[in-house]
Write a protein that binds this ligand. Structure first.
Ligand code: HEC
Length: 106
């Protein structure tokens, strides 16, 4: 199934959630590893920031899920934040945003 995330946002499905399936537990573990290792290379192992800004819940409090999702999927042109769309589905990126909202669990 192909999802156009812009359409999802426009349709408000993003807020309703659950429409695009959550990654399965194996993929969730992979994604958490990606968050720690790959994202962590710039945002810090504990998400406190480094080359990239802090991704802790406090730091993201005033940003919308849609903005964070767009940044993860498409990156920020002209900055070190690259697009992760080639590596992540929209559902996976949305799950990562949920993890960022929750904060590091260990
Ligand atoms: C090569 C370094 C690098 C990597 C790897 C990287 N980022 Fe970033 N990221 C940045 C930079 C730099 C910014 C700030 C861009 C700007 O100045 O607007 C940023 C911004 C962001 C933002 C927006 C934060 C805000 O305050 O608006 C989010 C969310 C984010 N990154 C998530 C991720 C996730 C999730 C990953 C892994 C899938 C990741 N980043 C990997 C460098 C990186």
């Amino acid at each position: 199934m192909r999802w156009d995330w812009r359409g999802l946002i426009a349709g408000g499905l993003l807020v309703a959630g659950g429409a695009a399936a959550e990654p399965d537990p194996v993929r969730q573990a992979e994604l958490l590893n990606l968050l720690e290792q790959d994202c962590g290379a710039c945002h810090g192992l504990t998400r406190k920031g480094g080359l990239g800004p802090s991704l802790l819940p406090e730091a993201l409090a005033d940003k919308t899920d849609a903005a964070l999702l767009a940044t993860i999927l498409d990156g920020r042109p002209g900055t070190a934040m690259g697009p992760w769309r080639p590596m992540l589905t929209e559902g996976e990126a949305r799950w990562l945003v949920e993890q960022l909202r929750k904060g590091p669990q260990r």
